[in-house]
Structure formats: structure tokens, C-alpha cells
Design a protein around this ligand. Structure first.
Ligand code: DGL
Length: 268
């Protein structure tokens, strides 16, 4: 049987956006093997009910457990917002990481008037609000859903004029509130960080939850003697529930490198 520290880290997302989290993981933990699961047949999760997201997230976790991962990372903000507690209760024998709490902690270390952007379900769940207030009682939290960012980014529209206009519209309310910190509460948003930064102005600190959770995972693996001590760089295997040429291109945009050969379609 594979020694615990040699086992891969399992990461799941509603689709391919979670690859922005994988990018952070491989930067900080280059020797870890990773199994990525993207539920591309059922994406997006961001407009679905909490109940169905919980059930999808449970299936995704079971898939990763079959691959004998040493930890599960919920890269998806929407799943983290509505399914993390359920998964932690259901799967008690495996460490499960979600993105909301580490991003909230980082935000409260940097500011007090905190904005959160994400999908309808993430913002509607108030998961970020609760987590931020848990760590900083007198924080002020302002949420704003930005539903059109995801399709724009997936179409490769990551710079143009229309995106800029949309960003101005979505972020107007947060600018008015004079927030000092903004959580990019969706896997896709780090891709358009520059556009968001340009609209919000330099005075606002942007938080990337993928980075925040990576810090937490590193600390956990180190403290529990679970860091993979192999010399070579880790392998990444990508599993998806639907596979098209377009997905492959989108995946490469998120990860910043080619993954065509390692992508495999699976049935749950
Ligand atoms: N991965 C989702 C998130 O981070 C965005 C895409 C979706 O709606 O499924 O919230």
C-alpha cells in the first residue's frame, strides 16, 4: 500500500475553473501528485440549489476517495459555500479543505470593509459573510454576484472593452461602499484580476482564495508529516465528466500550460 505522504492530493471543482487552484498548489507544492476532478457535464453549479450541489459534491468526493487521495480540496467556491459542512460530516476520515474560511481569514488580516464577489449561490448563501464575521466581529461585508464573468472568461474574453464595462457595472456598489479588501470568490476570477484591479483602484487588496487555501494545505501537510518527499515534480491527472475540444482550450488557459494528453473522461 502506498505510504500516506506519497498519495496524491485530490481537487474537485464544478468544471475547469478549479485549475486556478491547481496552479497555486503546484507553485507552492511542486512535488505533490494531484488528481483533479472537474464536473464538466454538470457545470455551472453557481446557479443551482444548495441541495443538488451537496449531492454532486458528495459524488465528486467519492470519486477522489477511490483514487486514494490523502486530502480533498474543494476548489469550487460554490461547493465550498454550501457543501463543505456536509462533506466534512459525511467523510470524517479524510482531511477536507474548502476555500471560504482561509480566504476570509486572509481578508480579515488585511482589511475591515470587505467585499466578496462570486456566483449567485455563493453570495446568496452568505457563507463568506458568516466566516468573515467569525474572524473579525466588527468587519463590514458587502457581497455582489457577478454571474456573467464566468461565461466571458470561458469564451477567452479576459481583457476587452465589454468585460471592462461589465466589471464597472458589477463593482460599482462595492466601490461606493469604499471597501478596502475584495475576495475573488469564484475559481475563474483570478484570470481577470487585472481588470478588477483597474476598476477598484490600487488601494483595494484582492484576495485569491486558491492562494489562501494553498497556504493552509501546505501547513497541514507539513505539520502532519504528509508532504511528498519525492525529488521529481508531481504528476497531475485530470478527470472530467464531459470532454470537448473547447474544454481543453479553456483548461489550458486556466492552468497556463497544455494538458491535452492527461485529460480523461469518466462516468460517475
Ligand atoms: N467553480 C465555480 C465557483 O468557484 C464557478 C463556476 C460554476 O458556477 O460552477 O463558484
Amino acid at each position: 500500500m502506498l505510504e500516506a505522504r506519497k498519495r496524491p492530493i485530490g481537487v474537485f471543482d464544478s468544471g475547469l475553473g478549479g485549475l486556478t487552484v491547481v496552479k497555486e498548489l503546484t507553485r507552492v507544492l511542486p512535488h505533490e501528485d494531484i488528481i483533479y476532478f472537474g464536473d464538466t457535464a454538470r457545470v455551472p453549479y453557481g446557479t443551482r440549489s444548495a441541495e443538488i450541489i451537496r449531492s454532486f459534491s458528495e459524488e465528486n468526493t467519492r470519486f477522489l476517495l477511490q483514487k486514494r487521495v490523502k486530502a480533498v480540496v474543494i476548489a469550487c467556491n460554490t461547493s465550498s459555500a454550501v457543501a463543505a459542512v456536509h462533506l466534512k460530516n459525511k467523510f470524517k476520515n479524510i482531511p477536507i479543505f474548502e476555500v471560504i474560511e482561509p480566504a476570509s481569514i486572509e481578508a480579515t488580516e488585511k482589511g475591515k470593509k470587505i467585499g466578496v464577489i462570486g456566483t449567485y449561490t455563493t453570495i446568496g448563501s452568505l457563507a463568506y459573510n458568516k466566516s468573515i464575521k467569525k474572524h473579525l466581529k466588527n468587519a463590514e461585508v458587502f457581497g455582489s454576484p457577478c454571474p456573467l464573468f464566468v461565461p466571458f472568461i470561458e469564451e477567452g474574453e479576459t481583457k476587452g472593452k465589454s468585460l471592462k464595462i461589465m466589471a464597472e457595472k458589477y463593482l460599482k456598489g462595492l466601490k461606493k461602499q469604499k471597501i478596502d479588501t475584495l475576495i475573488l470568490g469564484c475559481t475563474h476570477y483570478p484570470i481577470i484580476k487585472d481588470v478588477i484591479e483597474a476598476v477598484m483602484g490600487k488601494g483595494v487588496t484582492l484576495i485569491n482564495p486558491g492562494k489562501s487555501v494553498t497556504g493552509e494545505i501546505y501547513k497541514f501537510l507539513k505539520e502532519n508529516d504528509l508532504l511528498n518527499n519525492q525529488k521529481r515534480n508531481g504528476d497531475i491527472k485530470f478527470f472530467v465528466t464531459d470532454l470537448t475540444e473547447r474544454f481543453t482550450k479553456v483548461a489550458e488557459m486556466f492552468l497556463g500550460k497544455g494538458i491535452r494528453k492527461q485529460l480523461e473522461k469518466v462516468e460517475l
